[in-house]
Design a protein around this ligand. Sequence first.
Ligand SMILES: [Zn+2]
Ligand SMILES: [Zn+2]
Length: 416
Amino acid sequence: MQFRSLKGIQDILPPESYVWQKIEETSRETFKKYGYHEIRLPIIESTELFTRSIGETSDIVEKEMYTFNDKGDRSVTLRPEGTASLVRAYVEHHLYNEPSPQKYYYIGPMFRYERPQAGRFRQFHQIGAEVLGSEDPSLDAEIVSMLNAILRRLGIDGFDIEITSIGCKTCRPDFKTELKKSLADRLGLFCEDCNRRFDLNPLRTLDCKVPSCIEARKGSPAIIDFLCGECSRHMNGLKHGLSLLNIPFVINPNMVRGLDYYTRTAFEVTQGSPGSQKAIAAGGRYDGLVAEFGGPPIPGIGFAIGAERIVPLIKESLTVRESPDLFFCTLGKEASEKSFVLTSQLREKGLWVEMNYDTSSLKSQMRKADRLGAKNVIVLGEDELKNGRATIKNMKDKNEIAVAFDAGDILKAISK
Ligand SMILES: [Zn+2]
Ligand SMILES: [Zn+2]
Protein backbone atom coordinates (compact mmCIF):
# COMPACT_ATOMS: atom_id res chain seq x y z
CA MET A 1 0.00 0.00 0.00
CA GLN A 2 1.44 3.36 -1.04
CA PHE A 3 0.16 6.64 0.29
CA ARG A 4 0.27 10.10 -1.19
CA SER A 5 -0.33 13.44 0.50
CA LEU A 6 -3.79 14.92 -0.04
CA LYS A 7 -4.51 16.98 -3.14
CA GLY A 8 -3.33 20.57 -2.74
CA ILE A 9 -1.34 19.71 0.38
CA GLN A 10 2.43 19.55 0.04
CA ASP A 11 5.47 18.34 1.92
CA ILE A 12 8.20 20.90 2.41
CA LEU A 13 11.47 19.07 1.90
CA PRO A 14 15.09 20.06 2.53
CA PRO A 15 16.78 22.10 1.21
CA GLU A 16 13.61 24.19 0.62
CA SER A 17 12.83 23.91 4.33
CA TYR A 18 15.88 26.13 4.89
CA VAL A 19 14.16 28.85 2.88
CA TRP A 20 11.16 28.50 5.21
CA GLN A 21 13.40 28.73 8.25
CA LYS A 22 15.00 31.87 6.84
CA ILE A 23 11.57 33.44 6.29
CA GLU A 24 10.45 32.59 9.80
CA GLU A 25 13.69 33.72 11.46
CA THR A 26 13.74 37.03 9.59
CA SER A 27 10.09 37.64 10.48
CA ARG A 28 10.63 36.81 14.17
CA GLU A 29 13.68 39.09 14.40
CA THR A 30 11.81 41.96 12.79
CA PHE A 31 8.68 41.44 14.92
CA LYS A 32 10.81 41.57 18.04
CA LYS A 33 12.26 44.96 17.11
CA TYR A 34 8.76 46.35 16.68
CA GLY A 35 7.56 44.98 20.02
CA TYR A 36 5.44 42.09 18.73
CA HIS A 37 5.01 38.94 20.82
CA GLU A 38 4.28 35.49 19.48
CA ILE A 39 0.85 34.05 20.13
CA ARG A 40 0.26 30.36 19.38
CA LEU A 41 -3.30 29.77 18.36
CA PRO A 42 -5.17 26.50 17.84
CA ILE A 43 -5.54 25.17 14.33
CA ILE A 44 -9.11 24.08 14.99
CA GLU A 45 -11.96 26.25 16.28
CA SER A 46 -15.73 26.21 16.50
CA THR A 47 -17.22 26.81 13.06
CA GLU A 48 -19.29 29.76 14.20
CA LEU A 49 -16.15 31.77 14.99
CA PHE A 50 -15.39 31.94 11.28
CA THR A 51 -18.92 32.20 9.89
CA ARG A 52 -19.60 35.16 12.19
CA SER A 53 -16.34 37.01 11.52
CA ILE A 54 -15.48 36.21 7.91
CA GLY A 55 -19.11 36.48 6.83
CA GLU A 56 -21.81 34.00 5.81
CA THR A 57 -21.75 35.23 2.22
CA SER A 58 -18.00 35.06 1.67
CA ASP A 59 -16.36 32.51 -0.65
CA ILE A 60 -14.34 31.22 2.28
CA VAL A 61 -17.36 30.37 4.41
CA GLU A 62 -19.64 29.28 1.57
CA LYS A 63 -17.19 27.07 -0.31
CA GLU A 64 -13.73 26.69 1.16
CA MET A 65 -13.78 25.70 4.82
CA TYR A 66 -12.73 22.31 6.17
CA THR A 67 -15.76 21.87 8.40
CA PHE A 68 -16.87 18.66 10.07
CA ASN A 69 -18.60 17.40 13.19
CA ASP A 70 -16.36 16.00 15.91
CA LYS A 71 -17.23 12.94 18.00
CA GLY A 72 -19.26 15.16 20.31
CA ASP A 73 -21.30 16.32 17.32
CA ARG A 74 -19.95 19.87 17.52
CA SER A 75 -19.29 21.63 14.24
CA VAL A 76 -15.58 22.46 14.07
CA THR A 77 -13.42 24.03 11.35
CA LEU A 78 -9.73 24.01 10.45
CA ARG A 79 -8.82 27.69 10.56
CA PRO A 80 -8.94 29.38 7.13
CA GLU A 81 -7.17 32.50 8.50
CA GLY A 82 -5.66 33.80 11.73
CA THR A 83 -7.36 37.04 12.73
CA ALA A 84 -10.61 35.48 14.01
CA SER A 85 -8.72 33.13 16.36
CA LEU A 86 -6.48 35.91 17.58
CA VAL A 87 -9.38 38.21 18.42
CA ARG A 88 -11.19 35.28 20.07
CA ALA A 89 -8.13 34.69 22.29
CA TYR A 90 -7.78 38.42 22.99
CA VAL A 91 -11.34 38.62 24.27
CA GLU A 92 -11.34 35.22 26.00
CA HIS A 93 -8.24 36.00 28.08
CA HIS A 94 -9.17 39.68 28.68
CA LEU A 95 -5.88 40.74 27.10
CA TYR A 96 -7.38 44.22 26.71
CA ASN A 97 -6.61 44.71 30.41
CA GLU A 98 -2.91 44.82 29.51
CA PRO A 99 -1.37 48.16 28.47
CA SER A 100 -2.39 49.19 24.94
CA PRO A 101 -1.57 48.73 22.18
CA GLN A 102 -1.06 44.98 22.29
CA LYS A 103 1.09 43.61 19.47
CA TYR A 104 1.04 39.96 18.43
CA TYR A 105 2.33 37.76 15.67
CA TYR A 106 1.62 34.20 14.62
CA ILE A 107 3.15 31.77 12.14
CA GLY A 108 1.38 28.64 11.01
CA PRO A 109 -0.78 26.66 8.61
CA MET A 110 -4.24 27.67 7.38
CA PHE A 111 -6.71 25.53 5.45
CA ARG A 112 -8.98 26.34 2.53
CA TYR A 113 -10.59 23.89 0.16
CA GLU A 114 -9.68 25.79 -3.01
CA ARG A 115 -9.12 24.46 -6.47
CA PRO A 116 -5.41 23.60 -6.46
CA GLN A 117 -3.39 25.63 -8.95
CA ALA A 118 0.12 27.00 -9.24
CA GLY A 119 1.07 28.67 -5.97
CA ARG A 120 -2.25 27.85 -4.30
CA PHE A 121 -2.53 25.13 -1.69
CA ARG A 122 -5.26 23.76 0.52
CA GLN A 123 -2.88 23.83 3.44
CA PHE A 124 -0.98 27.07 3.19
CA HIS A 125 1.03 29.09 5.68
CA GLN A 126 0.67 32.60 6.96
CA ILE A 127 2.91 34.90 8.92
CA GLY A 128 0.56 37.37 10.53
CA ALA A 129 0.77 40.41 12.79
CA GLU A 130 -2.04 42.12 14.68
CA VAL A 131 -2.19 45.22 16.88
CA LEU A 132 -5.11 45.89 19.18
CA GLY A 133 -5.93 48.99 21.14
CA SER A 134 -5.15 52.01 18.99
CA GLU A 135 -6.73 53.69 15.99
CA ASP A 136 -3.91 56.16 15.49
CA PRO A 137 -2.96 56.20 11.78
CA SER A 138 0.74 56.32 12.66
CA LEU A 139 0.26 52.72 13.81
CA ASP A 140 -1.16 51.88 10.37
CA ALA A 141 1.95 53.42 8.81
CA GLU A 142 4.17 51.54 11.26
CA ILE A 143 2.66 48.13 10.53
CA VAL A 144 2.99 48.71 6.76
CA SER A 145 6.60 49.76 7.25
CA MET A 146 7.25 46.62 9.33
CA LEU A 147 5.85 44.47 6.53
CA ASN A 148 8.06 46.36 4.10
CA ALA A 149 11.07 45.73 6.38
CA ILE A 150 10.45 41.98 6.56
CA LEU A 151 10.21 41.65 2.77
CA ARG A 152 13.30 43.80 2.18
CA ARG A 153 15.34 41.86 4.75
CA LEU A 154 14.41 38.72 2.87
CA GLY A 155 15.89 40.28 -0.24
CA ILE A 156 12.53 40.65 -1.97
CA ASP A 157 12.08 43.76 -4.08
CA GLY A 158 10.09 44.92 -7.05
CA PHE A 159 6.84 44.87 -5.09
CA ASP A 160 4.16 47.53 -4.77
CA ILE A 161 2.49 48.60 -1.55
CA GLU A 162 -1.11 49.45 -2.37
CA ILE A 163 -3.25 51.25 0.16
CA THR A 164 -6.79 52.53 0.38
CA SER A 165 -9.54 53.30 2.88
CA ILE A 166 -12.77 51.38 2.89
CA GLY A 167 -14.59 53.78 5.18
CA CYS A 168 -16.47 53.22 8.42
CA LYS A 169 -19.96 52.65 9.78
CA THR A 170 -20.75 56.31 9.11
CA CYS A 171 -19.77 56.58 5.48
CA ARG A 172 -20.23 53.05 4.18
CA PRO A 173 -24.05 52.98 4.09
CA ASP A 174 -24.11 55.92 1.64
CA PHE A 175 -21.62 54.12 -0.53
CA LYS A 176 -23.62 50.88 -0.44
CA THR A 177 -26.72 52.75 -1.59
CA GLU A 178 -24.80 54.40 -4.44
CA LEU A 179 -23.23 51.10 -5.46
CA LYS A 180 -26.57 49.31 -5.50
CA LYS A 181 -28.06 52.07 -7.63
CA SER A 182 -25.13 51.99 -10.03
CA LEU A 183 -25.09 48.20 -10.46
CA ALA A 184 -28.86 47.54 -10.43
CA ASP A 185 -29.27 47.79 -14.21
CA ARG A 186 -26.23 45.57 -15.02
CA LEU A 187 -26.89 42.80 -12.52
CA GLY A 188 -27.53 40.42 -15.41
CA LEU A 189 -23.84 40.65 -16.32
CA PHE A 190 -22.76 39.35 -12.90
CA CYS A 191 -22.34 35.74 -11.83
CA GLU A 192 -24.88 33.77 -9.83
CA ASP A 193 -23.03 34.29 -6.54
CA CYS A 194 -22.93 38.05 -7.00
CA ASN A 195 -26.65 38.14 -7.75
CA ARG A 196 -27.52 36.00 -4.76
CA ARG A 197 -25.35 38.13 -2.45
CA PHE A 198 -26.33 41.47 -3.95
CA ASP A 199 -29.09 42.36 -1.50
CA LEU A 200 -27.31 40.99 1.58
CA ASN A 201 -23.98 42.60 0.82
CA PRO A 202 -23.47 44.43 -2.49
CA LEU A 203 -19.79 44.97 -1.57
CA ARG A 204 -19.22 41.30 -2.48
CA THR A 205 -19.61 42.18 -6.17
CA LEU A 206 -16.42 44.26 -5.83
CA ASP A 207 -14.53 41.29 -4.44
CA CYS A 208 -15.66 38.68 -6.98
CA LYS A 209 -12.87 37.06 -8.99
CA VAL A 210 -15.05 35.89 -11.92
CA PRO A 211 -13.70 37.67 -15.06
CA SER A 212 -17.16 38.75 -16.31
CA CYS A 213 -17.85 40.33 -12.91
CA ILE A 214 -14.52 42.18 -12.97
CA GLU A 215 -15.53 43.54 -16.38
CA ALA A 216 -19.11 44.34 -15.35
CA ARG A 217 -18.13 46.38 -12.29
CA LYS A 218 -15.78 48.68 -14.22
CA GLY A 219 -16.69 52.32 -13.70
CA SER A 220 -18.78 51.63 -10.59
CA PRO A 221 -18.34 54.06 -7.68
CA ALA A 222 -15.36 53.63 -5.32
CA ILE A 223 -15.66 53.91 -1.54
CA ILE A 224 -12.66 56.24 -1.41
CA ASP A 225 -14.85 58.96 -2.97
CA PHE A 226 -17.43 58.57 -0.19
CA LEU A 227 -15.22 58.81 2.90
CA CYS A 228 -16.50 60.86 5.85
CA GLY A 229 -14.32 63.59 7.38
CA GLU A 230 -12.90 61.29 10.06
CA CYS A 231 -12.00 58.58 7.54
CA SER A 232 -10.40 61.11 5.18
CA ARG A 233 -8.28 62.49 8.00
CA HIS A 234 -7.29 58.96 9.01
CA MET A 235 -6.28 58.09 5.45
CA ASN A 236 -4.23 61.31 5.24
CA GLY A 237 -2.54 60.35 8.50
CA LEU A 238 -1.51 57.02 7.04
CA LYS A 239 -0.17 58.64 3.86
CA HIS A 240 1.73 61.21 5.92
CA GLY A 241 3.25 58.51 8.13
CA LEU A 242 4.42 56.47 5.13
CA SER A 243 5.93 59.57 3.54
CA LEU A 244 7.83 60.38 6.73
CA LEU A 245 9.31 56.88 6.62
CA ASN A 246 10.07 57.12 2.89
CA ILE A 247 7.94 54.07 2.12
CA PRO A 248 6.70 54.22 -1.46
CA PHE A 249 3.00 53.40 -1.91
CA VAL A 250 0.26 53.63 -4.49
CA ILE A 251 -3.41 54.26 -3.83
CA ASN A 252 -5.64 51.55 -5.20
CA PRO A 253 -9.26 52.72 -4.91
CA ASN A 254 -10.51 49.37 -6.21
CA MET A 255 -9.21 47.32 -3.29
CA VAL A 256 -12.05 45.98 -1.18
CA ARG A 257 -12.72 43.99 1.94
CA GLY A 258 -16.24 42.72 1.67
CA LEU A 259 -16.71 42.18 5.39
CA ASP A 260 -18.50 44.67 7.55
CA TYR A 261 -16.11 44.68 10.48
CA TYR A 262 -13.23 45.81 8.26
CA THR A 263 -12.84 49.58 8.46
CA ARG A 264 -10.69 52.32 7.04
CA THR A 265 -7.15 51.21 6.13
CA ALA A 266 -6.77 48.30 3.73
CA PHE A 267 -3.46 47.42 2.11
CA GLU A 268 -1.87 44.82 -0.11
CA VAL A 269 1.63 44.06 -1.26
CA THR A 270 1.61 42.92 -4.88
CA GLN A 271 4.40 41.50 -6.97
CA GLY A 272 4.74 40.65 -10.61
CA SER A 273 4.28 42.31 -13.96
CA PRO A 274 1.16 44.41 -14.59
CA GLY A 275 -1.76 42.17 -15.45
CA SER A 276 -0.37 39.17 -13.60
CA GLN A 277 0.12 40.80 -10.24
CA LYS A 278 -0.28 38.64 -7.19
CA ALA A 279 -0.83 39.70 -3.62
CA ILE A 280 1.96 38.33 -1.43
CA ALA A 281 0.60 39.99 1.73
CA ALA A 282 -2.59 41.77 2.70
CA GLY A 283 -3.99 43.51 5.71
CA GLY A 284 -6.27 46.14 7.12
CA ARG A 285 -8.15 47.63 10.03
CA TYR A 286 -10.96 45.83 11.81
CA ASP A 287 -12.17 48.35 14.36
CA GLY A 288 -15.47 46.51 14.88
CA LEU A 289 -14.31 42.93 15.40
CA VAL A 290 -13.42 42.88 19.12
CA ALA A 291 -16.87 44.25 19.97
CA GLU A 292 -18.45 41.78 17.54
CA PHE A 293 -16.79 39.01 19.58
CA GLY A 294 -18.23 40.32 22.84
CA GLY A 295 -15.26 42.44 23.94
CA PRO A 296 -15.04 46.20 24.49
CA PRO A 297 -15.04 48.51 21.44
CA ILE A 298 -11.33 48.18 20.80
CA PRO A 299 -9.83 48.89 17.35
CA GLY A 300 -7.40 46.57 15.60
CA ILE A 301 -5.23 46.28 12.52
CA GLY A 302 -3.16 43.47 11.06
CA PHE A 303 -1.73 41.75 8.03
CA ALA A 304 -0.76 38.30 6.86
CA ILE A 305 2.05 37.29 4.52
CA GLY A 306 1.37 34.26 2.33
CA ALA A 307 4.52 32.19 2.90
CA GLU A 308 4.00 30.07 -0.24
CA ARG A 309 3.84 33.29 -2.26
CA ILE A 310 7.26 34.51 -1.12
CA VAL A 311 9.20 31.22 -1.06
CA PRO A 312 9.75 31.25 -4.86
CA LEU A 313 10.94 34.87 -4.65
CA ILE A 314 13.88 34.02 -2.39
CA LYS A 315 14.49 30.38 -3.24
CA GLU A 316 17.28 31.04 -5.73
CA SER A 317 19.33 33.22 -3.43
CA LEU A 318 19.21 30.63 -0.67
CA THR A 319 19.99 27.16 -1.94
CA VAL A 320 23.19 26.69 0.01
CA ARG A 321 22.71 23.81 2.37
CA GLU A 322 24.76 23.77 5.53
CA SER A 323 27.29 21.00 5.90
CA PRO A 324 28.83 19.02 8.79
CA ASP A 325 32.05 20.16 10.42
CA LEU A 326 33.43 16.65 10.67
CA PHE A 327 32.79 13.15 9.36
CA PHE A 328 34.17 10.01 11.04
CA CYS A 329 35.14 7.16 8.70
CA THR A 330 35.62 3.97 10.67
CA LEU A 331 36.96 0.48 10.01
CA GLY A 332 36.04 -2.25 12.50
CA LYS A 333 33.89 -2.50 15.59
CA GLU A 334 36.35 -0.91 18.03
CA ALA A 335 36.93 2.14 15.80
CA SER A 336 33.23 2.44 15.31
CA GLU A 337 32.57 2.54 19.05
CA LYS A 338 35.38 5.02 19.59
CA SER A 339 33.94 7.39 16.97
CA PHE A 340 30.44 6.85 18.39
CA VAL A 341 31.60 8.33 21.71
CA LEU A 342 33.75 11.11 20.18
CA THR A 343 30.89 12.13 17.89
CA SER A 344 28.63 12.57 20.89
CA GLN A 345 31.27 14.54 22.83
CA LEU A 346 32.02 16.85 19.89
CA ARG A 347 28.31 17.54 19.36
CA GLU A 348 28.17 18.57 23.01
CA LYS A 349 30.94 21.05 22.20
CA GLY A 350 28.80 22.59 19.47
CA LEU A 351 30.06 20.91 16.30
CA TRP A 352 27.93 19.24 13.65
CA VAL A 353 29.47 15.78 13.44
CA GLU A 354 28.44 12.78 11.35
CA MET A 355 29.76 9.23 11.49
CA ASN A 356 29.46 6.04 9.52
CA TYR A 357 26.82 3.65 10.83
CA ASP A 358 27.51 0.48 8.86
CA THR A 359 30.42 -1.66 7.68
CA SER A 360 30.81 -0.13 4.24
CA SER A 361 34.21 0.27 2.60
CA LEU A 362 36.43 3.28 3.26
CA LYS A 363 35.87 4.38 -0.32
CA SER A 364 32.12 4.45 0.04
CA GLN A 365 32.40 6.23 3.41
CA MET A 366 34.57 8.93 1.80
CA ARG A 367 31.96 9.29 -0.94
CA LYS A 368 29.30 9.77 1.68
CA ALA A 369 31.37 12.45 3.47
CA ASP A 370 31.85 14.17 0.15
CA ARG A 371 28.12 14.07 -0.66
CA LEU A 372 27.34 15.67 2.69
CA GLY A 373 29.95 18.32 1.99
CA ALA A 374 31.80 17.52 5.23
CA LYS A 375 34.41 20.18 5.96
CA ASN A 376 36.78 17.73 7.67
CA VAL A 377 37.19 13.97 7.58
CA ILE A 378 38.88 11.75 10.13
CA VAL A 379 39.70 8.08 9.49
CA LEU A 380 39.79 5.58 12.36
CA GLY A 381 41.25 2.19 11.49
CA GLU A 382 43.45 -0.44 13.12
CA ASP A 383 46.66 1.58 12.78
CA GLU A 384 45.11 4.67 14.30
CA LEU A 385 43.78 2.68 17.25
CA LYS A 386 47.19 1.10 17.80
CA ASN A 387 48.98 4.48 17.75
CA GLY A 388 46.29 6.35 19.67
CA ARG A 389 46.42 9.09 17.04
CA ALA A 390 44.52 9.89 13.87
CA THR A 391 44.67 12.40 11.03
CA ILE A 392 42.08 15.06 10.32
CA LYS A 393 41.90 16.03 6.69
CA ASN A 394 40.53 19.43 5.76
CA MET A 395 38.53 18.73 2.61
CA LYS A 396 38.93 22.24 1.25
CA ASP A 397 42.67 22.93 1.46
CA LYS A 398 43.62 19.22 1.87
CA ASN A 399 45.71 20.04 4.95
CA GLU A 400 46.24 17.20 7.40
CA ILE A 401 46.65 17.48 11.16
CA ALA A 402 47.50 14.63 13.53
CA VAL A 403 45.39 14.51 16.69
CA ALA A 404 44.89 12.31 19.75
CA PHE A 405 41.57 10.52 20.35
CA ASP A 406 40.36 13.38 22.41
CA ALA A 407 37.36 15.64 21.78
CA GLY A 408 39.24 18.72 23.01
CA ASP A 409 42.23 18.01 20.76
CA ILE A 410 40.01 17.40 17.72
CA LEU A 411 38.01 20.55 18.38
CA LYS A 412 41.20 22.60 18.59
CA ALA A 413 42.50 21.14 15.31
CA ILE A 414 39.27 21.88 13.47
CA SER A 415 38.91 25.42 14.79
CA LYS A 416 42.39 26.33 13.52
ZN1 LIG B 1 -16.08 57.10 7.67
ZN1 LIG C 1 -19.38 37.49 -9.39
